[in-house]
Design a protein around this ligand. Structure first.
Ligand code: NI
Length: 189
């Protein structure tokens, strides 16, 4: 058995911060609270940490919980730095899409910045996409669903060296996601 290298107290501190930051925010196309997404992403990370050794388990867990705070709330990188330190702040920043770029460039740019971060941050991006490859929101069209799956393959290709555990899980989610693509409407790829 590996020794646990993340602390429940670190998890609780980040979770409370995120719960306040994302208060009243819902899951896309749903009435469920957004914090559910962050619970799932951090659960995937904790599952990985139980079988894989990383240098800083707290970094992975806290970035998993905080990864959408800058992108989706009024939280600033300075606030995260003050509460959780420089490594978490830089990790969350790398996981934040640059809204000043054209939409089709944002993922590649974020992946480039994630790759300059420690593997703990790569793992959060893998866990985020694993979590998001569930049934798409009802208002997504086929084109969007196909694009989302292709983007998942882009994430897989860029970050596949970070975590065999999460990469295997992402590959199976990408395979399962095919079920949401209506083969009559879409060119085979
Ligand atoms: Ni997310």
């Amino acid at each position: 058995m590996n020794t646990q290298n993340w602390l429940q107290e670190s998890y609780i501190r980040a979770y409370k911060f995120a719960a306040i930051a994302h208060q009243n925010q819902k899951m896309p196309g749903s009435e469920l609270p957004y914090i559910m997404h962050l619970s799932f992403v951090s659960m995937e990370i904790i599952a990985a940490l139980s079988v894989e050794k990383v240098a800083d388990g707290d970094l992975a867990v806290q970035c998993a919980i905080l990864h959408d705070t800058i992108e989706d709330t009024n939280t600033t990188v300075e606030q995260i730095q003050a509460e959780f330190g420089e490594a978490v702040a830089q990790g969350v920043l790398a996981l934040t899409k640059d809204a000043s770029l054209a939409k089709h460039l944002q993922m590649a740019d974020s992946l480039t910045r994630i790759k300059q971060q420690p593997p703990e941050i790569w793992m959060v991006k893998l866990a985020d996409r694993i979590t998001n490859l569930q049934a798409p929101p009802h208002y997504w069209n086929q084109e969007k669903i196909v694009k989302y799956r292709e983007e998942a393959m882009q994430i897989y290709a860029a970050l596949k060296d970070a975590s065999p555990f999460l990469v295997t899980r992402l590959a199976s989610k990408i395979a399962d996601y095919k079920a949401f693509i209506n083969s009559e409407n879409v060119e085979p790829s």
